[in-house]
Ligand binder design. Structure first.
Ligand SMILES: [Zn+2]
Length: 103
């Protein structure tokens, strides 16, 4: 019997983290080039980049806390001793629930 794991918290967290990394790369590399091509002054471009960076940190942080274990509610990015890591766990570090199971 095969399990459909596309809706598992682990897969959702992995996709969220990959999208966050991709958005960070775009914000760091492509946005400054586009702003320079548009002829924006360095001060204005700095404000735009800082705003994008702050938004990226907020969305990434809130999203990482929002993806939780369905059994106990612990964030998938939180490990023992309240250490946060950038990649989700396959098993909950609190209740040992298999997070690759579909919810
Ligand atoms: Zn749990």
């Amino acid at each position: 019997m095969s399990k459909n794991r596309r809706n598992s918290p682990y897969v959702k967290a992995c996709l969220f983290m990959l999208c966050s990394i991709l958005c960070g790369i775009v914000a760091i590399s492509l946005v400054p080039m586009v702003l320079a091509d548009l002829g924006l002054s360095p001060d204005a471009a700095g404000w735009v980049e800082a705003s994008l960076g702050a938004t990226w940190v907020l969305v990434g942080g809130i999203g990482a806390f929002a993806i939780r274990c369905p059994m106990c509610g612990r964030s998938l990015f939180k490990r023992r001793w309240s250490i946060h890591v950038p990649w989700p766990a396959e098993r909950c570090s609190k209740c040992n629930y298999d997070l690759t199971n579909e919810t």
